[in-house]
Write a protein that binds this ligand. Structure first.
Ligand SMILES: NC(=O)c1ccc[n+]([C@@H]2O[C@H](COP(=O)([O-])OP(=O)(O)OC[C@H]3O[C@@H](n4cnc5c(N)ncnc54)[C@H](OP(=O)(O)O)[C@@H]3O)[C@@H](O)[C@H]2O)c1
Ligand SMILES: *[C@@H]1O[C@H](CO)[C@@H](O)[C@H](O)[C@H]1NC(C)=O
Ligand SMILES: *[C@@H]1O[C@H](CO)[C@@H](O)[C@H](O)[C@H]1NC(C)=O
Length: 317
């Protein structure tokens, strides 16, 4: 018995050491490719949704470092002010850092307004929550990840056009592959599958990007979409991991997942790099263009989704 226990402990320790070695051997991203020269974003205003946590927070920090005026669009003022305070302390030493502004913005309730804007980063997201509806009666993941950003972007389009050349960056996920736009039950009232609904919302992010890029041709406003990889953030808050498995999960995620700074590189790149000036309607991972499955490039589905989204959020002109 004691021998078995000792063997199990040793195996666990060996595993932990191997994971630690892997972690320390280097990041999964060859380099932090997204960043640019200091001052690159001087005079630019960037609005980031969900900027108090995870990828949004890391994106905000780097764009501030590059000199941007960053508006953190957050739904909870207290959490946002806390994150903003930390960011300001972290950046105190960084010469030339931009200004950080907090603004309330709840994508589950459809209201907002903003001043001049050079970059909009649609980053906020919710993952595999139990079945709930937004204030406006939409399935939560579709409502927040797609419809909230659909409305926000449309409300800000005039401003983005007036600030051209300007950019829109949409954070999707590789999990879009498992989604479908089932027009007959967009609110999942007939049945709810939380992984399907997440994937559907992330597919909607891509179709939205492509349709918007088409509509924005000739305006000098570009829109691109990305997947960040697997990143250690608060996104898994609705996933319940048994207490006993938690240490193992933490170890594995520490070893294999990207850090938020690593995960944010493609968002930072698309928001700031001169390399993607004029590029629009494309899908990126690790700061490089990637191919999409045909279902994410279907123009008729993209148009239909756009039309229905307009009706759902009530902006049909
Ligand atoms: N982490 C990954 O591995 C991964 C992989 C692929 C794609 N992504 C995508 O990356 C994006 C950022 O996620 P993350 O990983 O950084 O997760 P996170 O740490 O949970 O951050 C998500 C952010 O979205 C905000 N948010 C959630 N519901 C909202 C609502 N109703 N209105 C306004 N804001 C809301 C959260 O605000 P609160 O703090 O107030 O809740 C938080 O600021 C998401 O779009 C996600 O789908 C992440
Ligand atoms: C839920 O959706 C996922 C992804 O679309 C699929 O793989 C899974 O089989 C579905 N689960 C059920 C119970 O239908
Ligand atoms: C777009 O940018 C180009 C190059 O700066 C400029 O010549 C053109 O007038 C701009 N078009 C619009 C619609 O702003």
């Amino acid at each position: 018995m004691a021998v078995a226990t000792a063997a199990a402990l040793l195996a666990a320790l060996g595993g932990a050491l191997w994971l630690a070695a892997r972690r320390l051997a280097g990041p999964r991203v060859p380099s932090l490719r997204g960043g640019g020269d200091p001052g690159l974003m001087n005079g630019k205003t960037v609005l980031i949704t969900g900027a108090n946590s995870g990828l949004g927070r890391a994106t905000a920090a780097e764009l501030l470092r590059l000199g941007a005026r960053v508006i953190m669009g957050c739904r909870d003022r207290e959490r946002a002010e806390e994150a903003a305070g930390q960011l300001r302390r972290e950046l105190r030493e960084a010469a030339g850092a931009g200004e950080l502004v907090v603004r309330e913005l709840d994508l589950a309730s459809l209201r907002s307004e903003e001043p001049r804007l050079d970059v909009l980063i649609n980053n906020a997201g919710i993952f595999q929550c139990p079945y709930t509806k937004t204030e406006d009666g939409f399935e939560m993941q579709f409502g927040v990840n797609h419809l909230g950003h659909f409305l926000l972007t449309n409300l800000l389009l005039g401003l983005l056009k007036n600030s051209a050349p300007s950019r829109i960056v949409v954070v999707s996920s590789k999990l879009y592959k498992y989604g479908d736009i089932n027009f007959e039950d967009l609110n999942s009232e007939q049945s709810y599958n939380k992984s399907f609904c997440y994937s559907r919302s992330k597919l909607a992010n891509i179709l939205f990007t492509r349709e918007l890029a088409r509509r924005l041709e000739g305006t000098n406003v570009t829109v691109n979409v990305l997947h960040p990889g697997i990143v250690r953030t608060n996104l898994g808050r609705h996933i319940h991991i048994p207490l006993l498995v938690k240490p193992l999960f933490n170890l594995v995620s520490w070893a294999f997942f990207k850090t938020p700074v690593e995960g944010a590189q493609t968002s930072i790149y698309l928001a700031s790099s001169p390399e993607v000036e004029g590029v629009s309607g494309r899908y990126f991972g690790d700061c490089k263009e990637e191919e999409l499955l045909p279902k994410a490039m279907d123009e008729s589905v993209a148009r239909k989704l756009w039309d229905i989204s307009e009706v759902m959020v009530g902006i049909l002109k």
